[in-house]
Design a protein around this ligand. Structure first.
Ligand SMILES: Cc1cc2nc3c(=O)[nH]c(=O)nc-3n(C[C@H](O)[C@H](O)[C@H](O)COP(=O)(O)O)c2cc1C
Length: 298
């Protein structure tokens, strides 16, 4: 391996230039020596390599190795056989599933879901997304209690003008608006139902929760987590597992010291996306009509 993150094996390289063409940052270039073309790393751009692996995936002669990417992990591409019609039907029948059977979710199924989530696109080409699997009833209950506590004290603080002013300064006016008009009105009912023993609508009494984490300073870390989490929901559906994106849990995980402690979240990471998972209690008979809010052509 050279000092650059990419090794182009001189003997194997046929100089076809596909790696040059595919690289988003033009790290490989074609050089010609004694009438023979070959791809080489342009040293001046080696440091901008995103280690995305596209050069390895496109190379017909297996001439490229990228630091940190196991050569054995580059499997031959298979035709997925997914047609537009099938994909459209799949997406239209996807639902946020909020009612789960009590049955635990086997870890082998969770691993399969994570395997698919790992192939999600990432903003920087390489993946720094981590996942915390919570599937112990005891830990789920502890997290739930701490989340209710966190939102209850936030609700209380928002009713105090001085505390509200400081929350608004820190989190922004838009966030305070969302909390006051959307989150808290729902949360107060959730809390009431929970106190009455009528179930946990915050975590939907799910038998498993996946928390997607990223380093705080990772460019696009939040977006990476959201996309991976959504990809996980689709993988779950193919395995007969219901799932729902949960927007309430990530802020609770990040702000509640108790939850940070339970999930062993290191100081340099935050939870940016969460999904609840479980075998669905009910099935849907119909799709739901949805339209984009507007499409313009310029
Ligand atoms: C960013 C985001 C956050 C969400 N947060 C929650 C949540 O906290 N609790 C919940 O039950 N559903 C949550 N959902 C699911 C939406 O409510 C759901 O997508 C919407 O009701 C449409 O239903 P469908 O997914 O079945 O089409 C969230 C969805 C998104 C995209």
């Amino acid at each position: 391996m050279t000092k650059t993150p990419i090794l182009i094996k001189e003997v194997e390289c046929k100089g076809c230039g596909l790696c040059v063409s595919v690289c988003p940052r033009r790290v490989p270039v074609i050089s010609e020596e004694n009438g023979r073309k070959k791809a080489v790393v342009f040293e001046g751009r080696a440091d901008v390599c995103m280690k995305c692996g596209q050069c390895v995936a496109v190379c017909p002669s297996g001439a490229i190795v990228v630091e940190g990417l196991d050569p054995a992990g580059f499997e031959p591409v298979r035709d997925s056989g997914v047609s537009y019609e099938n994909l459209s039907a799949f997406f239209k029948s996807r639902r946020s599933v909020r009612r789960y059977k009590k049955e635990p979710l086997p870890m082998e199924i969770i691993e399969k879901i994570l395997h698919v989530a790992a192939s999600a696109p990432t903003g920087t080409g390489s993946c720094s997304t981590g996942v915390i699997v919570v599937d112990s009833a005891e830990k789920l209950a502890e997290i739930s209690s701490a989340a209710y506590e966190m939102y209850s004290s936030l609700d209380k603080a928002l009713s105090n003008p001085i505390a509200r002013f400081f929350i608004s300064k820190k989190a922004g006016k838009k966030m305070v608006g969302t909390l006051e008009t959307f989150v808290m009105p729902g949360f107060r009912w959730y809390r009431r139902w929970r106190e009455e023993g009528a179930g946990d609508e915050l975590m939907r009494d799910a038998p498993a929760v996946l928390l997607f984490t990223s380093p705080v300073n990772e460019p696009e870390g939040e977006m990476n987590c959201i996309i991976a989490a959504y990809q996980a929901t689709l993988a779950a559906k193919t395995l007969g597992v219901g799932s729902c994106i949960n927007g309430l849990l990530p802020p609770a995980c990040n702000r509640s010291p108790a939850i940070r402690d339970i999930i062993k979240l290191s100081r340099d990471r935050e939870v940016y996306a969460c999904i609840t998972l479980g075998f669905p209690k009910l099935g849907y008979k119909r799709t739901i009509p949805r339209k984009l809010a507007g499409v313009t052509r310029v």
